[in-house]
Design a protein around this ligand. Structure first.
Ligand SMILES: Nc1ncnc2c1ncn2[C@@H]1O[C@H](COP(=O)(O)OP(=O)(O)OP(=O)(O)O)[C@@H](O)[C@H]1O
Length: 456
Protein backbone atom coordinates (compact mmCIF):
# COMPACT_ATOMS: atom_id res chain seq x y z
CA UNK A 1 0.00 0.00 0.00
CA UNK A 2 1.24 3.49 -0.87
CA UNK A 3 1.92 5.60 2.20
CA UNK A 4 0.25 9.01 2.48
CA UNK A 5 2.91 11.77 2.45
CA UNK A 6 1.82 13.00 5.89
CA UNK A 7 4.19 14.31 8.53
CA UNK A 8 2.78 13.28 11.93
CA UNK A 9 3.78 14.24 15.49
CA UNK A 10 2.61 12.07 18.42
CA UNK A 11 2.85 13.42 21.97
CA UNK A 12 2.27 11.18 24.98
CA UNK A 13 4.12 10.65 28.26
CA UNK A 14 3.58 6.88 28.02
CA UNK A 15 6.57 5.46 26.13
CA UNK A 16 4.73 2.22 25.28
CA UNK A 17 2.00 4.21 23.56
CA UNK A 18 4.63 6.17 21.62
CA UNK A 19 6.36 2.99 20.44
CA UNK A 20 3.18 1.30 19.28
CA UNK A 21 1.80 4.50 17.65
CA UNK A 22 5.02 4.91 15.75
CA UNK A 23 5.14 1.26 14.59
CA UNK A 24 1.55 1.37 13.45
CA UNK A 25 1.44 4.82 11.82
CA UNK A 26 4.75 4.30 9.97
CA UNK A 27 3.01 1.62 7.89
CA UNK A 28 0.51 4.12 6.53
CA UNK A 29 2.14 7.57 6.70
CA UNK A 30 5.48 8.89 5.44
CA UNK A 31 6.90 10.42 8.61
CA UNK A 32 6.13 9.90 12.29
CA UNK A 33 7.89 11.84 15.06
CA UNK A 34 7.21 10.95 18.70
CA UNK A 35 7.79 13.00 21.83
CA UNK A 36 7.12 12.25 25.50
CA UNK A 37 6.56 15.82 26.71
CA UNK A 38 4.42 18.66 25.35
CA UNK A 39 7.01 21.08 26.75
CA UNK A 40 9.05 20.36 23.65
CA UNK A 41 6.21 21.50 21.38
CA UNK A 42 7.56 25.00 20.68
CA UNK A 43 10.92 23.68 19.58
CA UNK A 44 9.39 20.88 17.48
CA UNK A 45 6.85 23.12 15.76
CA UNK A 46 9.43 25.77 14.93
CA UNK A 47 11.65 23.22 13.18
CA UNK A 48 9.10 21.04 11.40
CA UNK A 49 6.07 21.34 9.20
CA UNK A 50 3.68 18.78 10.78
CA UNK A 51 0.45 17.90 9.01
CA UNK A 52 -1.20 16.28 12.05
CA UNK A 53 -0.45 16.45 15.77
CA UNK A 54 -1.73 13.57 17.90
CA UNK A 55 -1.96 14.80 21.46
CA UNK A 56 -2.58 12.93 24.72
CA UNK A 57 -4.85 14.58 27.32
CA UNK A 58 -2.99 13.79 30.56
CA UNK A 59 0.69 14.13 31.43
CA UNK A 60 0.94 13.70 35.22
CA UNK A 61 0.68 10.39 37.02
CA UNK A 62 -2.69 9.99 38.68
CA UNK A 63 -4.21 13.11 37.07
CA UNK A 64 -7.00 12.32 34.61
CA UNK A 65 -8.81 15.64 34.29
CA UNK A 66 -7.63 16.22 30.74
CA UNK A 67 -7.00 19.86 31.63
CA UNK A 68 -3.40 19.63 30.51
CA UNK A 69 -4.40 18.31 27.10
CA UNK A 70 -6.87 21.16 26.71
CA UNK A 71 -4.16 23.63 27.71
CA UNK A 72 -1.68 22.26 25.14
CA UNK A 73 -4.34 22.10 22.45
CA UNK A 74 -5.04 25.82 22.96
CA UNK A 75 -1.33 26.52 23.00
CA UNK A 76 -0.81 24.74 19.64
CA UNK A 77 -3.72 26.58 18.03
CA UNK A 78 -2.45 29.91 19.37
CA UNK A 79 0.78 29.29 17.45
CA UNK A 80 -1.22 28.56 14.31
CA UNK A 81 -5.00 28.07 14.27
CA UNK A 82 -4.64 25.97 11.12
CA UNK A 83 -2.87 23.08 12.91
CA UNK A 84 -4.75 19.78 12.71
CA UNK A 85 -4.82 18.26 16.20
CA UNK A 86 -6.22 14.80 16.95
CA UNK A 87 -6.65 14.07 20.66
CA UNK A 88 -6.22 10.77 22.48
CA UNK A 89 -8.84 10.32 25.16
CA UNK A 90 -9.83 7.41 27.40
CA UNK A 91 -13.27 5.88 27.65
CA UNK A 92 -15.61 8.02 29.71
CA UNK A 93 -13.98 11.31 28.69
CA UNK A 94 -16.66 12.14 26.15
CA UNK A 95 -17.55 15.50 27.68
CA UNK A 96 -13.92 16.49 27.68
CA UNK A 97 -13.56 15.39 24.05
CA UNK A 98 -16.53 17.58 23.09
CA UNK A 99 -14.96 20.52 24.92
CA UNK A 100 -11.75 19.96 22.96
CA UNK A 101 -13.60 19.83 19.65
CA UNK A 102 -15.23 23.16 20.54
CA UNK A 103 -11.78 24.55 21.33
CA UNK A 104 -10.62 23.66 17.80
CA UNK A 105 -9.41 20.04 17.85
CA UNK A 106 -10.09 18.28 14.57
CA UNK A 107 -11.05 14.86 15.99
CA UNK A 108 -10.28 12.42 18.77
CA UNK A 109 -9.41 8.74 19.09
CA UNK A 110 -10.18 6.52 22.06
CA UNK A 111 -7.42 4.69 23.95
CA UNK A 112 -6.77 1.82 23.65
CA UNK A 113 -7.35 2.32 19.99
CA UNK A 114 -8.97 0.23 17.34
CA UNK A 115 -6.40 0.07 14.57
CA UNK A 116 -8.82 0.56 11.69
CA UNK A 117 -10.54 3.47 13.38
CA UNK A 118 -7.25 5.15 14.20
CA UNK A 119 -5.98 4.89 10.62
CA UNK A 120 -9.34 6.12 9.26
CA UNK A 121 -9.31 9.12 11.63
CA UNK A 122 -5.74 10.04 10.75
CA UNK A 123 -6.39 9.64 7.00
CA UNK A 124 -9.45 11.91 7.18
CA UNK A 125 -7.47 14.44 9.21
CA UNK A 126 -4.72 14.43 6.60
CA UNK A 127 -7.22 14.94 3.76
CA UNK A 128 -8.69 17.86 5.67
CA UNK A 129 -5.21 19.35 6.05
CA UNK A 130 -4.44 19.08 2.32
CA UNK A 131 -7.80 20.49 1.27
CA UNK A 132 -7.37 23.41 3.72
CA UNK A 133 -3.94 24.07 2.24
CA UNK A 134 -5.34 23.91 -1.28
CA UNK A 135 -8.14 26.29 -0.35
CA UNK A 136 -5.74 28.74 1.26
CA UNK A 137 -3.47 28.54 -1.77
CA UNK A 138 -6.40 28.95 -4.13
CA UNK A 139 -7.60 32.07 -2.31
CA UNK A 140 -4.20 33.70 -2.46
CA UNK A 141 -3.65 32.69 -6.07
CA UNK A 142 -7.11 33.93 -7.03
CA UNK A 143 -6.12 37.41 -5.90
CA UNK A 144 -3.11 37.41 -8.23
CA UNK A 145 -5.06 35.93 -11.14
CA UNK A 146 -7.77 38.58 -10.81
CA UNK A 147 -5.13 41.24 -11.41
CA UNK A 148 -4.13 39.59 -14.66
CA UNK A 149 -7.66 39.01 -15.92
CA UNK A 150 -8.05 42.30 -17.76
CA UNK A 151 -4.80 41.81 -19.66
CA UNK A 152 -4.87 40.00 -22.98
CA UNK A 153 -2.01 37.53 -23.19
CA UNK A 154 -2.73 35.91 -26.50
CA UNK A 155 0.46 34.91 -28.16
CA UNK A 156 0.84 35.41 -31.88
CA UNK A 157 3.95 34.98 -33.93
CA UNK A 158 4.61 34.60 -37.60
CA UNK A 159 5.53 31.14 -38.81
CA UNK A 160 7.64 32.81 -41.47
CA UNK A 161 11.03 34.48 -41.60
CA UNK A 162 13.11 35.20 -38.54
CA UNK A 163 10.65 33.77 -36.06
CA UNK A 164 10.27 30.24 -37.40
CA UNK A 165 13.34 28.95 -35.57
CA UNK A 166 12.39 30.68 -32.34
CA UNK A 167 8.88 29.24 -32.47
CA UNK A 168 10.30 25.77 -33.04
CA UNK A 169 12.58 26.14 -30.02
CA UNK A 170 9.70 27.37 -27.85
CA UNK A 171 7.63 24.33 -28.81
CA UNK A 172 10.55 22.00 -28.18
CA UNK A 173 11.57 23.26 -24.75
CA UNK A 174 8.15 24.16 -23.33
CA UNK A 175 7.07 20.61 -22.36
CA UNK A 176 10.37 19.91 -20.58
CA UNK A 177 10.95 21.22 -17.08
CA UNK A 178 14.10 23.10 -18.19
CA UNK A 179 14.87 26.51 -16.68
CA UNK A 180 14.57 29.10 -19.44
CA UNK A 181 16.06 32.57 -19.65
CA UNK A 182 14.22 34.89 -22.05
CA UNK A 183 16.24 37.83 -23.31
CA UNK A 184 15.08 40.82 -25.30
CA UNK A 185 14.53 44.57 -25.34
CA UNK A 186 11.59 46.09 -23.48
CA UNK A 187 8.25 45.30 -25.03
CA UNK A 188 9.47 42.44 -27.25
CA UNK A 189 7.02 40.04 -25.59
CA UNK A 190 9.14 38.23 -22.99
CA UNK A 191 6.22 37.83 -20.63
CA UNK A 192 3.89 36.66 -23.41
CA UNK A 193 6.45 34.04 -24.40
CA UNK A 194 6.83 32.92 -20.77
CA UNK A 195 3.05 32.44 -20.51
CA UNK A 196 3.03 30.55 -23.78
CA UNK A 197 5.75 28.20 -22.51
CA UNK A 198 3.68 27.56 -19.39
CA UNK A 199 0.58 26.89 -21.50
CA UNK A 200 2.48 24.38 -23.62
CA UNK A 201 3.92 22.60 -20.58
CA UNK A 202 2.55 19.83 -18.42
CA UNK A 203 2.03 22.42 -15.71
CA UNK A 204 -0.55 24.29 -17.82
CA UNK A 205 -3.39 23.42 -15.42
CA UNK A 206 -1.42 24.87 -12.49
CA UNK A 207 -0.51 28.41 -11.52
CA UNK A 208 1.62 30.76 -13.60
CA UNK A 209 3.14 33.23 -11.17
CA UNK A 210 4.61 36.46 -12.55
CA UNK A 211 7.00 38.25 -10.20
CA UNK A 212 8.37 41.60 -11.34
CA UNK A 213 11.68 41.79 -9.49
CA UNK A 214 12.23 45.30 -10.80
CA UNK A 215 9.36 46.58 -8.69
CA UNK A 216 10.19 44.85 -5.41
CA UNK A 217 12.24 46.48 -2.68
CA UNK A 218 14.82 44.34 -0.85
CA UNK A 219 12.57 43.78 2.16
CA UNK A 220 9.56 42.96 -0.03
CA UNK A 221 11.59 40.65 -2.24
CA UNK A 222 12.20 38.20 0.57
CA UNK A 223 8.74 38.25 2.08
CA UNK A 224 6.97 38.13 -1.28
CA UNK A 225 9.04 35.30 -2.66
CA UNK A 226 9.61 33.21 0.42
CA UNK A 227 6.70 34.19 2.71
CA UNK A 228 6.84 34.99 6.42
CA UNK A 229 5.71 33.85 9.84
CA UNK A 230 3.43 35.95 11.99
CA UNK A 231 5.55 38.49 13.89
CA UNK A 232 8.57 38.15 11.60
CA UNK A 233 8.41 41.95 11.13
CA UNK A 234 6.10 44.77 12.23
CA UNK A 235 3.43 44.28 9.57
CA UNK A 236 3.49 40.48 9.61
CA UNK A 237 0.09 40.00 11.28
CA UNK A 238 -0.44 36.46 10.04
CA UNK A 239 1.50 33.58 8.53
CA UNK A 240 1.78 34.00 4.80
CA UNK A 241 3.11 31.72 2.10
CA UNK A 242 5.49 33.27 -0.44
CA UNK A 243 5.12 33.16 -4.22
CA UNK A 244 7.35 30.09 -4.54
CA UNK A 245 5.08 28.11 -2.21
CA UNK A 246 1.90 29.47 -3.76
CA UNK A 247 2.81 28.35 -7.22
CA UNK A 248 4.19 24.96 -6.21
CA UNK A 249 3.25 22.53 -8.96
CA UNK A 250 3.23 25.42 -11.45
CA UNK A 251 5.59 27.92 -13.09
CA UNK A 252 7.27 30.96 -11.58
CA UNK A 253 8.33 33.75 -13.94
CA UNK A 254 10.99 36.03 -12.48
CA UNK A 255 10.85 39.13 -14.65
CA UNK A 256 13.74 41.66 -14.67
CA UNK A 257 16.08 39.16 -12.99
CA UNK A 258 19.00 41.49 -13.83
CA UNK A 259 17.74 43.91 -11.17
CA UNK A 260 18.31 41.50 -8.33
CA UNK A 261 20.94 42.74 -5.83
CA UNK A 262 23.86 40.40 -5.17
CA UNK A 263 22.94 39.31 -1.64
CA UNK A 264 19.46 38.33 -2.83
CA UNK A 265 20.97 36.47 -5.77
CA UNK A 266 22.69 34.23 -3.20
CA UNK A 267 19.34 33.53 -1.48
CA UNK A 268 17.65 32.74 -4.76
CA UNK A 269 20.46 30.39 -5.73
CA UNK A 270 20.06 28.55 -2.42
CA UNK A 271 16.33 28.09 -3.09
CA UNK A 272 16.95 26.82 -6.61
CA UNK A 273 19.68 24.42 -5.52
CA UNK A 274 17.79 22.93 -2.57
CA UNK A 275 14.28 23.22 -3.98
CA UNK A 276 13.13 24.41 -0.57
CA UNK A 277 12.11 27.77 0.87
CA UNK A 278 12.29 29.03 4.41
CA UNK A 279 9.73 31.67 5.38
CA UNK A 280 11.07 34.83 7.04
CA UNK A 281 11.03 34.40 10.81
CA UNK A 282 11.04 30.60 10.60
CA UNK A 283 13.80 28.05 10.43
CA UNK A 284 12.02 25.10 8.86
CA UNK A 285 12.50 24.36 5.20
CA UNK A 286 9.48 23.69 3.00
CA UNK A 287 9.82 21.78 -0.25
CA UNK A 288 8.72 23.42 -3.47
CA UNK A 289 8.16 22.05 -6.95
CA UNK A 290 8.30 24.90 -9.47
CA UNK A 291 9.44 25.40 -13.03
CA UNK A 292 11.59 28.49 -13.35
CA UNK A 293 11.41 31.01 -16.17
CA UNK A 294 13.38 34.26 -16.02
CA UNK A 295 13.60 37.32 -18.26
CA UNK A 296 15.71 40.43 -18.55
CA UNK A 297 16.76 43.12 -20.97
CA UNK A 298 20.11 43.50 -19.22
CA UNK A 299 23.35 41.93 -20.51
CA UNK A 300 23.75 39.28 -17.81
CA UNK A 301 27.01 37.89 -19.17
CA UNK A 302 28.64 41.32 -19.12
CA UNK A 303 27.26 41.80 -15.62
CA UNK A 304 28.93 38.54 -14.58
CA UNK A 305 32.21 39.93 -15.96
CA UNK A 306 31.75 43.09 -13.89
CA UNK A 307 30.90 41.05 -10.76
CA UNK A 308 27.32 42.35 -10.71
CA UNK A 309 25.62 39.04 -11.39
CA UNK A 310 26.57 35.64 -9.97
CA UNK A 311 27.90 33.28 -12.57
CA UNK A 312 26.56 30.21 -10.72
CA UNK A 313 23.07 31.75 -10.69
CA UNK A 314 23.29 32.53 -14.40
CA UNK A 315 24.14 28.91 -15.18
CA UNK A 316 21.26 27.72 -13.06
CA UNK A 317 18.64 29.92 -14.75
CA UNK A 318 19.76 29.63 -18.36
CA UNK A 319 19.58 25.92 -19.17
CA UNK A 320 17.94 27.19 -22.34
CA UNK A 321 18.27 30.77 -23.59
CA UNK A 322 15.67 32.37 -25.86
CA UNK A 323 16.53 35.66 -27.52
CA UNK A 324 13.56 37.69 -28.70
CA UNK A 325 14.74 39.97 -31.50
CA UNK A 326 13.56 43.58 -31.49
CA UNK A 327 10.48 44.15 -33.65
CA UNK A 328 12.50 46.09 -36.25
CA UNK A 329 14.41 42.87 -36.97
CA UNK A 330 11.36 40.65 -37.33
CA UNK A 331 9.34 42.28 -40.04
CA UNK A 332 7.41 39.07 -40.77
CA UNK A 333 5.77 39.43 -37.36
CA UNK A 334 4.47 42.96 -37.94
CA UNK A 335 1.45 42.21 -40.22
CA UNK A 336 0.43 39.29 -37.99
CA UNK A 337 0.60 41.44 -34.86
CA UNK A 338 -1.18 44.36 -36.56
CA UNK A 339 -4.09 42.08 -37.52
CA UNK A 340 -4.15 40.60 -34.01
CA UNK A 341 -4.32 43.99 -32.28
CA UNK A 342 -6.70 45.38 -34.91
CA UNK A 343 -9.15 42.52 -34.30
CA UNK A 344 -9.08 42.96 -30.56
CA UNK A 345 -9.45 46.77 -30.65
CA UNK A 346 -12.14 46.59 -33.34
CA UNK A 347 -14.10 44.43 -30.89
CA UNK A 348 -13.32 46.66 -27.95
CA UNK A 349 -14.33 49.91 -29.70
CA UNK A 350 -17.12 48.31 -31.79
CA UNK A 351 -15.55 49.12 -35.14
CA UNK A 352 -14.79 47.17 -38.30
CA UNK A 353 -11.68 48.93 -39.51
CA UNK A 354 -9.02 47.62 -41.84
CA UNK A 355 -5.52 49.01 -42.36
CA UNK A 356 -4.78 50.94 -45.56
CA UNK A 357 -1.73 50.09 -47.66
CA UNK A 358 -0.10 53.44 -46.84
CA UNK A 359 -0.61 52.93 -43.15
CA UNK A 360 0.85 49.41 -43.33
CA UNK A 361 3.87 50.69 -45.31
CA UNK A 362 4.52 53.33 -42.64
CA UNK A 363 4.19 50.72 -39.91
CA UNK A 364 6.58 48.35 -41.69
CA UNK A 365 9.24 50.99 -42.11
CA UNK A 366 9.20 52.40 -38.64
CA UNK A 367 11.96 51.17 -36.31
CA UNK A 368 9.74 50.52 -33.24
CA UNK A 369 12.04 51.39 -30.34
CA UNK A 370 9.23 50.39 -27.95
CA UNK A 371 8.75 47.10 -29.84
CA UNK A 372 5.43 45.19 -29.71
CA UNK A 373 4.12 47.24 -26.79
CA UNK A 374 4.51 50.43 -28.84
CA UNK A 375 2.88 48.80 -31.86
CA UNK A 376 -0.06 47.74 -29.72
CA UNK A 377 -0.55 51.31 -28.43
CA UNK A 378 -0.25 52.79 -31.90
CA UNK A 379 -2.93 50.42 -33.24
CA UNK A 380 -5.24 51.12 -30.32
CA UNK A 381 -4.92 54.85 -30.84
CA UNK A 382 -5.42 54.49 -34.59
CA UNK A 383 -8.61 52.47 -34.05
CA UNK A 384 -9.94 55.19 -31.78
CA UNK A 385 -8.95 58.05 -34.12
CA UNK A 386 -9.90 56.56 -37.52
CA UNK A 387 -13.00 58.11 -39.03
CA UNK A 388 -13.68 56.14 -42.24
CA UNK A 389 -13.57 52.40 -42.81
CA UNK A 390 -9.81 52.27 -42.99
CA UNK A 391 -6.94 53.23 -40.76
CA UNK A 392 -4.94 55.67 -42.85
CA UNK A 393 -1.39 56.87 -42.56
CA UNK A 394 -2.52 59.97 -40.69
CA UNK A 395 -4.17 57.83 -37.99
CA UNK A 396 -0.84 56.13 -37.35
CA UNK A 397 0.78 58.57 -34.99
CA UNK A 398 4.35 57.44 -35.06
CA UNK A 399 5.99 60.55 -33.71
CA UNK A 400 9.49 59.23 -33.97
CA UNK A 401 9.10 58.85 -37.72
CA UNK A 402 9.82 62.52 -38.08
CA UNK A 403 12.79 62.49 -35.76
CA UNK A 404 16.13 63.12 -37.37
CA UNK A 405 18.63 60.32 -37.26
CA UNK A 406 22.04 61.73 -36.56
CA UNK A 407 24.73 60.39 -38.83
CA UNK A 408 27.86 59.99 -36.73
CA UNK A 409 30.68 61.83 -38.50
CA UNK A 410 33.40 59.75 -36.90
CA UNK A 411 31.90 56.46 -38.08
CA UNK A 412 33.61 55.32 -41.25
CA UNK A 413 31.89 51.92 -41.56
CA UNK A 414 30.45 52.11 -45.06
CA UNK A 415 27.73 49.50 -44.58
CA UNK A 416 26.55 51.12 -41.38
CA UNK A 417 26.50 54.55 -43.07
CA UNK A 418 24.55 53.10 -45.98
CA UNK A 419 22.02 51.59 -43.60
CA UNK A 420 21.63 54.85 -41.71
CA UNK A 421 21.13 56.84 -44.90
CA UNK A 422 18.46 54.43 -46.13
CA UNK A 423 16.65 54.54 -42.81
CA UNK A 424 16.86 58.33 -42.77
CA UNK A 425 15.40 58.55 -46.28
CA UNK A 426 12.63 56.07 -45.46
CA UNK A 427 11.75 57.97 -42.31
CA UNK A 428 11.76 61.29 -44.12
CA UNK A 429 9.34 59.96 -46.73
CA UNK A 430 7.26 57.97 -44.23
CA UNK A 431 8.10 54.65 -45.80
CA UNK A 432 7.33 55.72 -49.37
CA UNK A 433 9.80 53.61 -51.37
CA UNK A 434 9.65 55.60 -54.61
CA UNK A 435 10.35 58.93 -52.92
CA UNK A 436 13.10 57.47 -50.71
CA UNK A 437 14.74 55.80 -53.73
CA UNK A 438 14.68 59.07 -55.70
CA UNK A 439 16.22 60.94 -52.80
CA UNK A 440 18.99 58.33 -52.49
CA UNK A 441 19.58 58.22 -56.23
CA UNK A 442 18.62 54.54 -56.45
CA UNK A 443 16.04 52.60 -58.41
CA UNK A 444 13.14 51.14 -56.39
CA UNK A 445 14.53 47.63 -56.98
CA UNK A 446 17.99 48.63 -55.75
CA UNK A 447 16.49 50.15 -52.63
CA UNK A 448 14.40 47.03 -51.97
CA UNK A 449 17.54 44.84 -52.33
CA UNK A 450 19.40 46.94 -49.78
CA UNK A 451 16.46 46.97 -47.39
CA UNK A 452 16.32 43.22 -47.50
CA UNK A 453 20.06 42.99 -46.93
CA UNK A 454 19.86 45.23 -43.85
CA UNK A 455 16.63 43.69 -42.62
CA UNK A 456 14.86 47.06 -42.70
N1 LIG B 1 3.94 37.74 -29.71
C1 LIG B 1 3.00 38.52 -29.15
N2 LIG B 1 1.70 38.27 -29.37
C2 LIG B 1 0.74 39.07 -28.83
N3 LIG B 1 0.98 40.14 -28.06
C3 LIG B 1 2.25 40.43 -27.81
C4 LIG B 1 3.33 39.64 -28.35
N4 LIG B 1 4.49 40.16 -27.94
C5 LIG B 1 4.17 41.21 -27.17
N5 LIG B 1 2.84 41.39 -27.10
C6 LIG B 1 2.14 42.45 -26.35
O1 LIG B 1 3.06 43.52 -26.18
C7 LIG B 1 3.05 44.01 -24.83
C8 LIG B 1 4.44 43.85 -24.23
O2 LIG B 1 4.70 42.46 -24.07
P1 LIG B 1 5.46 41.87 -22.81
O3 LIG B 1 4.99 42.54 -21.55
O4 LIG B 1 5.40 40.40 -22.88
O5 LIG B 1 6.92 42.38 -23.15
P2 LIG B 1 8.24 42.29 -22.27
O6 LIG B 1 9.37 41.98 -23.21
O7 LIG B 1 8.02 41.37 -21.14
O8 LIG B 1 8.34 43.77 -21.80
P3 LIG B 1 9.19 44.42 -20.59
O9 LIG B 1 10.62 44.02 -20.82
O10 LIG B 1 8.98 45.87 -20.77
O11 LIG B 1 8.58 43.86 -19.34
C9 LIG B 1 1.99 43.25 -24.09
O12 LIG B 1 0.81 44.03 -24.03
C10 LIG B 1 1.76 42.00 -24.93
O13 LIG B 1 0.42 41.58 -24.83
Amino acid sequence: MKKLPANILVIDDDVDILVSARLLLKQYFASVTVCDSPKELNELLSRNDFDIIMLDMNYQKGVNTGKEGLYWLKHILSINPKYIVVLMTAYGEVELAVECLKAGATDFVLKPWNVEKLIATMTTAYKLKTSNTKLEKAEQVQEKIQKDMHRGFDFVMSEAGEMRELLATIRKVAPTDANILILGENGTGKQVVAREIHQLSERAGEVFMHVDLGSLSNQLFESELFGYAKGAFTDAREDRAGRFELCSGGTIFLDEIGNLPLHLQAKLLHVLQNRTVTRLGESKERSIDVRLLCATNMPLEEMVGRGEFREDLLYRINTVELRLPPLRNRKADIPVLVQHFLASYNTKYRKQLSVSKDAMAAILHYHWPGNVRELQHVIERAVIMAEGEEITEKDISIKQVQQTIKVPVDNLDLEEMEQLMIRKALDKHKGNISKAATELGLTRAALYRRMEKFNL
